[in-house]
Design a protein around this ligand. Structure first.
Ligand code: NIG
Ligand code: FE
Length: 398
């Protein structure tokens, strides 16, 4: 194992996106021709090129653009199998209805933990190679006490933010006995899972959990010390967003079907609207109205929702490109939502910006500006990824 990096100098940054307007120009606080030093994992210094303090290692950005590492605040990376046939049928006209979740539940239950671990680790590496430096991931394809519990153990090995989603759907063997399943989710399953997670999530939707069951599950999660998140208003308009706001959830995720009252509720709250356009792309559904949310003043995050059913992508650059093209976000708004927005959705004040005191998480883009992430869709523009001052896989230090 390599010894921990003491300090890293990122030299010759042509354009640095800090996400701190007070440090540079525009809403992203852009600085030109600077160096940046990370010490013991934290940004310690930003200043004029070639005036930096000495560092143990040097990464040469060669005049490129550097942005904060992407914070993917919503993924489902612990599962077995895939659902490519379901996707193919959908592209031929079949509608998505969340029924396919049970196929992944069956595959996940019968997979050994070692297989779940390998698949999740592969997806994590895939995400990192595309600039993701912070991952949230969930259980939700086990739906028994032991399977949810082992899925969370796997999640904890690949993600720093872990979410208990025993309330993804009613487990197949409890069909028609929803109240009994809710008692399991809020009882023995929660007891086993709460120590392995920071967050509790519920899929509040027709075909999953109604508002009363969802409230009960969130209250139980909170009573066990978990922060709250809600899969809300994904497939149809419903009470999920209002419930998320009422419960003080950190995030209402999807927000694809909102009315004016939902938008107002989000704008007047600390609940972040996390948009997951990979799901609309892969289910060929209407995209969320990001403009209305942004214009109302609501906090917006972007995430991949990586899962085998609705959004089998780990690529934050792809999500940024979709958000700009399909949801009318500006490239600056999309980058902010994919970095600082994700950090806010996870209530992390040490992530999502590049300024002294923030964790040294950054991406060197093989491009002169961050707008190229949307301007050059599908092109790998990630030249180097650094988390906490340590280079992940790509780039050359000396
Ligand atoms: O976020 N909304 C619920 N969960 C996933 C879909 C899961 C699946 O189809 O396997 C989502 O889109
Ligand atoms: Fe999801």
């Amino acid at each position: 194992m390599r010894p921990p990096v003491g300090s890293l100098l990122v030299r010759d940054i042509g354009l640095l996106v800090t996400n701190c307007p007070e440090l540079g120009s525009g809403s992203l606080g852009v600085m030109r021709d600077v160096d940046l030093v990370v010490e013991n994992g934290t940004v310690a210094w930003i200043g004029g090129a070639r005036t930096s303090p000495a560092a143990d290692e040097v990464l040469d950005a060669a005049g490129r653009c550097v942005v904060p590492g992407f914070v993917d605040s919503h993924t489902h990376l612990v599962f077995a199998g895939d659902r490519v046939e379901e996707f193919t049928a959908r592209m031929a006209g079949k509608r998505y209805d969340a029924g396919g979740i049970s196929a992944t539940v069956a595959a996940t239950r019968s997979a050994p933990s070692s297989v779940l671990m390998e698949m999740a680790a592969r997806l994590k590496r895939e995400a990192e190679a595309q600039g993701t430096t912070t991952l949230e991931t969930k259980s939700g394809y086990g739906l028994t006490v032991s399977d949810e519990s082992r899925c969370l153990e796997v999640a904890g090995t690949i993600a720093e933010e872990v979410t208990y989603l025993g309330a993804h759907v009613v487990a197949p063997e409890f069909r028609g006995r929803e109240q009994e399943y809710v008692a399991l989710v809020t009882g023995p399953m929660l007891e086993a899972c709460a120590p392995k997670a920071q967050w509790c999530d519920v899929f509040c939707e027709n075909g999953a959990f109604g508002p009363d069951a969802a409230r009960e599950i969130l209250q139980a999660g909170r009573a066990h010390g978990l922060g709250l998140r809600v899969h809300a208003n994904q497939l149809s308009h419903g009470p999920g967003v209002q419930l998320a706001v009422e419960m003080g959830a950190a995030s209402a995720d999807h927000c694809s079907h909102l009315d004016g009252a939902d938008v107002d509720a989000l704008a007047g709250s600390d609940t972040v609207a996390t948009l997951l356009p990979g799901a609309e792309f892969s289910t060929r559904s209407p995209y969320p109205d990001a403009r209305r949310l942004l214009d109302s003043g609501a906090a917006v995050a972007l995430a991949t929702d990586c899962n085998p059913g609705t959004s089998y992508t780990t690529s934050m650059p792809f999500v940024i490109a979709l958000s700009v093209r399909e949801m009318h976000m500006t490239p600056d708004e999309a980058l902010l939502a994919a970095t600082a927005g994700g950090a806010r959705a996870l209530r992390r004040d040490d992530l999502g910006a590049l300024a002294p005191g923030f964790r040294g998480d950054l991406v060197v883009l093989d491009a002169p500006s961050a707008a190229h992430l949307a301007y050059r869709p599908g092109v790998d523009l990630v030249a180097a990824v650094v988390r906490a001052g340590r280079l992940l896989g790509r780039g050359v230090t000396r």
